[in-house]
Design a protein around this ligand. Structure first.
Ligand SMILES: *[C@@H]1O[C@H](CO)[C@@H](O)[C@H](O)[C@H]1NC(C)=O
Ligand SMILES: *[C@@H]1O[C@H](CO)[C@@H](O)[C@H](O)[C@H]1NC(C)=O
Ligand SMILES: *[C@@H]1O[C@H](CO)[C@@H](O)[C@H](O)[C@H]1NC(C)=O
Ligand SMILES: *[C@@H]1O[C@H](CO)[C@@H](O)[C@H](O)[C@H]1NC(C)=O
Ligand SMILES: *[C@@H]1O[C@H](CO)[C@@H](O)[C@H](O)[C@H]1NC(C)=O
Length: 379
């Protein structure tokens, strides 16, 4: 009798284990990015905030962009809003002529451009700001409110639009690897930007991709891949699992380093235009004098490399073929640091050696022989 029930119990345990493994597999393989997105999303529920929002009446659709008010909404502390302060809202440029006097008492209006050939909204603030278009909102009357307020505030923090130089680049007709596919490549990179955003990771252009944007407002035609980076404090290891899952639009090709040291992923798109992209994790270190420097890693077999930068400031935004990317607010300073005073002259990719040509590269020791299997993985 006891023997029998033990057998039944152990069978049941095996059954549970199989179910558990199956669901683990399912979550790993399925759209678990969607679970992550919803974490910070919520609508207003606190009574004070509903009392605050409901009487606000705007005679045309408007987007709430007031950072203080958004923060109060997120913290559900709407009673803290000073009623004497006008609330900043953005209205689509097509309603430009329709402002009435009554709403001017309560609101400060900014014009917003929502162009079909751009993947961002542009605001006529001082200075001009841009944020990606595809964030969710909900409406109270004519007022749209971002559903994920922390995400919106992070986008606003790095929204100041910088212009590229569009310098004429003297260039021999080299064997171009990417003839005139800049727009497609930038579109794929923007898709990857959005994958990273789902993990709350804010990426920024780096290396040759930053150089191409700033110097010639495009992607350097003879370059074979693109470079972006994220700060190590923002890096989410779940990304690596996601990139190996079926729902990922990108395939992981290579993983270098450890998450806390010289980490780098190489990905490529699964469909349509193939463009390899290197995602670098950028680390922060204190110099002896207390100042901050940043660095990314590189590796050639066991040899490790370190590319250093002054304190990195990726709080600005750029337009690359109509797509928004975040960039350093001091591009010239960073480019001189990496490529030297003649950064604006073209060096054919075939002559550029990433292990020695850069001004900011130094050797950084070796991975141990027994570590190599874990720190240099090709998929
Ligand atoms: C919302 O905007 C529309 C279009 O301008 C307008 O007709 C309507 O009266 C507005 N609603 C409110 C409550 O102001
Ligand atoms: C709005 O205010 C201006 C002066 O500030 C006045 O000239 C105009 O007639 C007002 N318009 C309406 C519709 O009240
Ligand atoms: C921008 O325009 C698109 C349609 O082109 C629309 O779906 C979207 O809601 C608009 N965004 C805002 C914030 O008005
Ligand atoms: C172009 O090629 C010629 C001959 O190979 C070389 O002398 C010249 O320096 C090159 N110019 C540039 C801008 O690379
Ligand atoms: C990274 O973490 C490993 C343990 O996972 C540790 O042994 C190593 O020292 C760390 N490296 C750095 C640079 O902090």
């Amino acid at each position: 009798m006891i023997r029998n029930s033990l057998v039944i119990i152990s069978k049941f345990c095996v059954f549970l284990l199989i179910i558990f493994i199956f669901f683990n597999w399912l979550i790993r393989k399925a759209d678990y990015d969607l679970i992550i997105v919803s974490l910070d999303s919520k609508k207003v529920t606190s009574p004070q905030c509903i009392l605050f929002l409901e009487p606000l009446s705007i005679p045309y659709p408007a987007l709430l962009i007031d950072n203080h008010v958004l923060q109060f909404l997120h913290n559900e502390q709407c009673e803290k809003h000073d009623p004497m302060l006008k609330i900043k809202v953005a209205i689509d440029s097509k309603y430009k002529k329709k402002r009435d006097n009554e709403s001017l008492l309560f609101f400060e209006f900014f014009e917003m451009n929502n162009r079909t050939n751009k993947d961002y909204l542009q605001f006529s603030t001082q200075p001009t700001r841009v944020i990606p278009k595809n964030f969710e909102t909900y409406s109270i009357g004519n007022l749209s409110i971002p559903t994920n307020i922390p995400m919106f505030l992070e986008m606003w923090k790095r929204a100041v639009l910088l212009k590229c130089l569009n310098l004429p680049v003297r260039r021999n007709r080299t064997k171009t690897q990417q003839p005139n596919h800049g727009k497609e490549a930038a579109g794929k990179l923007a898709e990857f930007r959005d994958v990273l955003l789902k993990f709350n990771m804010f990426s920024f252009l780096n290396g040759g991709t930053l150089l191409g944007w700033y110097r010639e407002c495009g992607i350097i035609p003879h370059t074979g891949d693109m470079d972006i980076a994220v700060f190590s404090k923002h890096f989410r290891p779940e990304l690596v699992d996601f990139l190996q899952s079926r729902s990922s639009p990108f395939r992981l090709l290579r993983r270098i380093g450890r998450i806390n040291d010289s980490f780098e992923l190489t990905i490529t798109s699964k469909v349509s235009y193939p463009m390899n992209t290197d995602l670098f994790v950028m680390y922060e270190e204190k110099n002896k004098d207390g100042s901050v420097m940043n660095w990314v890693g590189g590796a050639s077999n066991a040899q490790k490399f370190k590319y250093t930068y002054p304190e990195y400031d990726p709080w600005c935004a750029a337009d690359l073929y109509g797509y928004l990317f975040w960039v350093t607010c001091s591009p010239q300073k960073m480019l001189i640091f990496e490529y030297g005073n003649l950064w604006y002259e073209d060096v054919p990719s075939s002559d550029y050696n990433w292990k020695s040509s850069a001004n900011n590269v130094q050797k950084n020791g070796f991975w141990k022989e027994e570590e190599l299997k874990q720190v240099y993985v090709m998929y």
